[in-house]
Design a protein around this ligand. Structure first.
Ligand code: UD1
Ligand code: MG
Length: 403
């Protein structure tokens, strides 16, 4: 095994240990400072400290900063003139983007930012990574499926569109985890499943291709400390949650995944691992763009009598529904993806639909269930999608592409 990777593993283990100690230490401090949330799916009204993601993010940054010299150590003792500045730049630009995402997340936790900020800041955060990609790599070519070689050649250069795609990937990733959230263990759990899947993908590529492709190592350098610190956060966030991860965690996690796939040159493969998040985003669009009324919280509704969670609803006057919203709901209804009820109250027609999230859709399909079972179900779907992603990437891709 590569020596630098061993150091990274050791530092990751240290990161996991530090996270455990620091979360325990900071729980009372958060409560004392009034930094807590209300667990909306519990009978008790206990205060749950939030956002503890900032503690693990801080540990992650410490670990990453300590790790900086190691991948470049050999060039500091000899051959200094051959120092790989490009690789060093890639590493540092990734860290800048991750730092800004943590800052944005903490800002959101403290100030409850508006959607325009949530879209604008990640776009700006992507610039360091994209700039470095531009000055060091510049490849904006996409491999053409072999059946179309005769028409388009082996590769087509899509130029600036490639940068737009990567920028959108960053904005998507930073928000994707945050909108698939609201039940104990889900935010941290899905991140762990995706990060482990991507780490396995990198390891398989290194073994399979017997290549010493530095970019797969770079991904692992970012991912292993992330996995170690997040597993600990997941442990504390598991049902019944002792801590909430907060937006700090969601943005940090999303940005880390975006950075590794851009620097590792596998952003299309990453999209395969994010299928549940992509589906949740597409399904959410009518509410995110206010075509259908969107309440402040879309997390499932707790029923104290049965100690289960069920679909949460958006209820509005039928005439308030915009035509485009009406159209989206009709499409979802056609495919059996929507609970919809019309009723009359005070001489007016009202409409009730489930909040448009993957979590509520699962509750529609499988019925109300215990919160822990729901988290297990959603994490199983995530893991299943990872298996399908591996199958597509390693088996189907060779049928379509020359890989
Ligand atoms: C996003 C979602 C929102 C969802 C919320 C839950 C969108 C557009 N926004 O909003 O629908 O309700 O996340 O995280 O999809 N909470 C729990 N149990 C948990 C985790 C969170 O009850 O396991 C509650 C707590 O009250 C916590 C709050 O959710 O304080 C955190 O919500 P916040 O992260 O501020 O919501 P948003 O990210 O704005
Ligand atoms: Mg949130």
């Amino acid at each position: 095994m590569d020596g630098t990777l061993l150091v990274n593993c050791a530092l990751s283990a240290l990161g996991g240990f530090l996270s455990y100690r620091m979360i325990k230490e900071f729980i009372p401090i958060f409560l004392q400072r009034g930094m807590h949330g209300n667990d909306q799916c519990k009978v008790s009204n206990d205060k749950v400290p939030e956002p503890l993601g900032v503690v693990t993010a801080a540990v992650y940054l410490i670990i990453m900063f300590l790790f900086i010299p190691f991948p470049f150590f050999q060039w500091t003792t000899s051959e200094i003139d051959k120092f790989p500045h490009e690789k060093f730049l890639a590493f540092l630009s990734g860290l800048i983007s991750v730092c800004t995402a943590i800052l944005l997340g903490f800002g959101d936790d403290v100030l409850d930012l508006r959607w325009r900020h949530k879209l604008m800041f990640p776009t700006l955060s992507s610039l360091p990574v994209l700039m470095v990609y531009y000055v060091t790599n510049r490849s904006t070519s996409v491999i053409v499926p072999k059946y179309f070689h005769f028409l388009l050649g082996q590769q087509i250069d899509i130029g600036p569109l490639y940068y737009i795609y990567m920028g959108m990937m960053v904005v998507f990733c930073t928000n994707a985890i945050n909108i698939l959230a609201g039940i104990n263990g889900l935010e941290a759990g899905q991140s762990v499943v995706i990060a482990i899947s991507v780490a396995i993908f990198n390891i398989v590529q290194l073994i399979r291709l017997e290549s010493q492709d530095w970019y797969h190592y770079l991904s692992l350098y970012f991912l292993l400390p992330f996995i170690a610190t997040t597993v600990v956060l997941f442990y504390f966030n598991w049902y019944p949650a002792r801590v909430f991860v907060g937006d700090t965690f969601c943005y940090w996690s999303g940005m880390t995944l975006a950075v590794v796939c851009i620097l590792g040159h596998f952003s299309k493969t990453m999209a395969l691992f994010l299928v549940p998040q992509v589906f949740n985003f597409l399904y959410s669009i009518p509410q995110l763009f206010h075509l259908v009324p969107c309440p402040r919280h879309r997390l499932p509704k707790f029923d104290p009598k049965t100690n289960t969670v069920g679909m949460s609803m958006s209820v509005f006057k039928s005439r308030e529904l915009k035509p485009l919203g009406q159209f989206c709901l009709a499409v979802f209804q056609t495919f059996g993806l929507l609970h919809r009820r019309e009723f009359e109250r005070d001489g007016e027609m009202w409409t009730e639909v489930n909040n448009l999230t993957l979590i509520n859709l699962c509750l529609k399909l499988f019925g109300s269930m215990h919160e822990r079972s729901l988290t297990i179900l959603l994490l199983s779907i995530q893991a299943f999608c990872s298996c399908v992603a591996f199958f597509i990437r390693f088996y189907m891709a060779s049928l379509v592409y020359d890989v």
